[in-house]
Design a protein around this ligand. Sequence first.
Ligand SMILES: [Fe+2]
Length: 347
Amino acid sequence: MNICKILLTISMALMLEVQANPETNSHINSEIEILELDVISYENFIQNDPQALITLNTALSEKGIVGIKGIPEYLEKAKAFIQSAQEFNHLPEDIKLKCSPNRDLGECFLGYEVGKENFKRPDGKWVTDELKVSYYALVPNSPLNKWPLDMDLKTPYQELGDVMSKATEAVLQKINVLNDGLSVNGVPKVGRMLYYQKNNDTNTDNPFWCGSHCDHGLFTALLPASYFLDGQQIEEPIEAGLFVKTTKDGTFKKVIANDPDVLLFQVGEFSQLISNDKIKATEHRVHKAQGPIERYTMALFVDLPMDAVIYSTSELTNDERYGNGPGCSYKQWHEASLARYLVKDEN
Ligand SMILES: [Fe+2]
């Protein structure tokens, strides 16, 4: 099926949806454009196949996202992780809350968390992602991590995180984004299990599970999402899921990532800073599914050492998070980003 037919089919399906349900969010009344996701094979990637590396670089530059298929052990680790993520989220809330960071004791963000981020909607209004549940943990495992006692979330989380971590380091090496002695070696990665709760109400105030943003770090690895309706796994609904704003034409397009053997990679803002805009951060958002559908995924964020300092000429240096000096430390960018997007407890 060509792209025009896909667009027409989606438009018709959405028109029917809108007619049948006047409460449907207005955002799906518009045409959904599909992103042609570039997927390269792990074998070609790791053996430096020239065409695979061209595709890798071009996809990240023009679309902000690329997939790698067939990473050893990835498929089975991802499956085990999604099962344990479901198991955890079905635990009673009081048990899950025992895994929350106790900020009064100075504990950081690691562990279980419900809806803590602010995002700016297209109309300029700031909203909180109240349906998003997260579970943060460092990869590799650290004594700082929190884990439930009632089940083993740690093993599948860490095993998948390890696969994602190594694959992302390999991508960073192949695209040569790190220079001047910058390295991610020895820096813990930040894992984030994401669970988007079902949308039970007809509130159309926020059409997104996650509003438009760029990840502020260096790079992000992302699992294609798994969807469930009444406990049964379903295909990704056409109106839902990850949308990225492609650098080339500046429009949001839906990423169809329906192959569970593909790991996705996105560009973070610090890569844009380091590369002086040669590679742009991936602006993305997650659209809600209509009806009582749940979504699970996992992201792994790759950071630089906090004391790494860069001297960038990127357009992002105009952002107040960069500060006023010619240089900016990773710590400064990181902390200013958290201050911008995290909901303050006193709010
Ligand atoms: Fe993100």
